[in-house]
Design a protein around this ligand. Structure first.
Ligand code: ADP
Length: 161
């Protein structure tokens, strides 16, 4: 049986920090589904379709990666996809409390599903989508943090071209 994991997030937009987690997850699972949250309470800069499009572009070279948009309860989605684990990236202690609570709640909702926390690569410890958006707004260069396609889309979105 294929071992499938789901990596959920807003990916507004995808960064090298996210891609590092995806690549490392591929060492552990046969398939990784990147699930773009469309019903997040967080206000996003890009629509779910735009976030999906960027993820499709930048993961096209990676084998065994699927990109999808999802809304609703994560545990139901996982079950639907016959996945066995939820992957989460951890940057700092500040990520931990909320993630810990969510992992326990998801375990309560479906005891069969494991949440796997992957420590960020130290190169990306300080990297977040919101930081990247701020830098682009201030006309800074983000090519160390996101693929060039994403950088282009950010400039277009923020009318900086
Ligand atoms: P954010 O939390 O910045 O709004 P997302 O919701 O898109 O970002 O994040 C999706 C997942 O990726 C989360 O598990 C988050 O902790 C993880 N993640 C985000 N940035 C990094 C990074 N630089 N290194 C490791 N994991 C990360």
């Amino acid at each position: 049986m294929k071992r499938i994991a789901v990596y959920p997030g807003s990916f507004d937009p995808v960064t090298y920090g996210h891609l590092d987690i995806v690549k490392r997850s591929l060492e552990l699972f046969d398939q990784v589904i990147i699930a773009v949250l469309s019903n997040t309470m967080k206000k996003s800069l890009f629509t779910a379709d735009e976030r999906y499009d960027m993820l499709m572009k930048v993961t096209s070279v990676l084998p065994n990666v699927q990109v999808d948009i999802f809304s609703g309860l994560l545990v139901d989605y996982i079950k639907n996809k016959s996945a066995i684990a939820i992957i989460k990236g951890l940057r700092a202690i500040s990520d931990f409390e909320h993630e810990f609570q969510m992992a326990l709640m998801n375990k309560k909702l479906n005891p069969k599903i494991e949440t796997l926390f992957m420590m960020t690569n130290e190169k990306y410890l300080y990297l977040s989508s919101s930081m990247v958006k701020e830098i682009v707004e201030l006309k800074g260069n983000v090519l160390d943090f996101v693929p060039s396609y994403v950088s282009k889309k950010l400039k277009e979105k923020l009318n900086l071209n």
